[in-house]
Design a protein around this ligand. Structure first.
Ligand code: SF4
Length: 423
């Protein structure tokens, strides 16, 4: 919806019901004021969204080796890099559904390997899903049905600032009795700032490195078996076990990106075993928060199209999926690729440093001024062009509006044109 506010010198346009693309929650109720190309959140934002919309500058001209060029010349230069490459890496993948579809259409003829900026952390969840199975739920289920929510090592206030408002203490719920009796536990280190849940937070305070042992103690406590938890962890575990026994529907919430690399699979796996056990005589599920920078979208589109999640290779005669081998940092460190295409339209994460030729398709913050490189400016979905993104719980694809007129091409348009020229 679009409303014009009268002003003689600087017309101000306010868009409402805007979907925010800056974290996996994809809140869709923001109001954004637009003055020229400057975007300001006026309603329902959070500090993260306000900063991201404010910082969303319009990218400058295309660059070849750091020097301004026409779009035509830059596309030709990028196509030449891809034609010469035997095994390029397509990474970053900060884009929307159309951008990801176009990227995969280019990856196949270019024999590329495909990974996302958050591919390594998202792979933890995928590995547990593949090896043990996983009962997950949605934001709507947490909001409406859960009467016990356990935040597992996730700092929602810092990383998913409106999760509390949307899911823990919403203004309305389909099951008001569940909302009225909802209890919220935080298990793990004390958050950077206390979540503004409005609900009383109960804590099982432990170090991040003690999360897995704490979950094991909780499982033993629920079974009535002895465990080695001591002190305040023991007290918290006993209290949480009592709360789980009393609850109709417990949801464990975690963020794979918050766990240390070696512990991630084990903590998620422990949570899954706990959930399976609780489900024997009552209801429980898990919810992973993440998928930022188009991560959930990249994972979903790659799965729809190839049958595999991210970290796939189009190099051989058949598709190859290997979440350990096809990680961006590993491939670059091992000199296993001979070109890098970095796609980044949401974040300010720069393209990784490497000696191989780089093509960056991205926003102003990802502008690459460097030798042996091509920069193709692209709009941010939801700001500069319409599009769709998949939400963190993977059950909803939300539409994105165009908020301002910048004339910047979408990543999908640039990738389709590259595919035509790189043939
Ligand atoms: S919580 Fe996430 S999606 Fe919602 S407004 Fe903040 S940054 Fe945007």
């Amino acid at each position: 919806m679009l409303k014009k506010l009268a002003s003689v010198s600087s017309p101000l346009i306010t868009h409402t019901a805007v979907t925010c693309p800056f974290c996996g929650l994809l809140c869709d109720d923001l109001a954004i004021a637009v003055s020229d190309t400057q975007l300001t959140v006026t309603q329902n934002g959070c500090p993260k969204a306000s900063a991201a919309f404010r910082a969303a500058d319009v990218p400058g001209p295309p660059l070849i080796n750091g020097q301004p060029a026409t779009l035509n010349a830059a596309l030709d230069a990028a196509a030449r890099i891809l034609k010469r490459s035997q095994q390029p890496l397509f990474a970053g993948l900060g884009t929307d559904v159309a951008g990801m579809r176009a990227l995969l259409a280019l990856a196949e003829p270019c024999h590329a390997i495909v990974d996302h900026l958050h591919g390594a952390t998202m792979a933890r969840q995928v590995r547990v899903l593949q090896s043990r199975g996983l009962t997950t739920t949605t934001l709507a289920e947490v909001r409406n049905r859960a009467d016990l929510v356990v935040l597992l090592g996730v700092d929602i206030q810092a990383d998913f600032p409106r999760f509390a408002e949307i899911c823990l203490t919403p203004a309305e719920s389909l099951a008001p009795e569940r909302l009225a009796t909802r209890r919220v536990f935080q298990v793990g280190p004390t958050a950077s700032k206390p979540p503004k849940t409005g609900a009383r937070m109960e804590r099982v305070t432990c170090a991040a490195s003690e999360l897995r042992e704490t979950l094991s103690a909780l499982r033993a406590e629920l079974r009535g078996r002895p465990h080695r938890a001591a002190g305040r962890i023991r007290t918290g575990v006993i209290l949480l076990a009592q709360a789980i026994r009393a609850a109709h529907y417990t949801v464990f919430v975690w963020a794979p990106g918050a766990f240390a690399a070696l512990d991630g699979d084990l903590i998620i796996g422990s949570a899954c075993e706990l959930i399976a056990e609780i489900n024997r005589d009552r209801r429980a599920a898990g919810l992973a928060l993440g998928g930022n920078d188009g991560g959930q979208t990249a994972l979903a589109v790659c799965t729809w199209i190839t049958g595999y999640p991210l970290q796939v290779s189009f190099v051989g005669a058949t598709l190859d999926f290997d979440p350990l081998r096809y990680q961006t940092t590993r491939l670059l460190a091992d000199d296993a690729v001979d070109a890098l295409l970095w796609l980044s339209t949401f974040s300010s994460q720069p393209a990784p440093a490497t000696h191989v030729p780089r093509i960056v398709i991205g926003n102003a913050a990802s502008t690459l001024v460097a030798p042996n490189s091509v920069f193709l400016p692209a709009g941010t979905p939801g700001l500069d062009h319409t599009g769709q993104l998949v939400r963190t719980d993977a059950v909803v694809t939300l539409p994105l509006q165009r908020l301002r007129e910048t004339g910047t091409s979408s990543a999908a348009t640039l990738l389709l044109e590259l595919a035509r020229r790189a043939r």
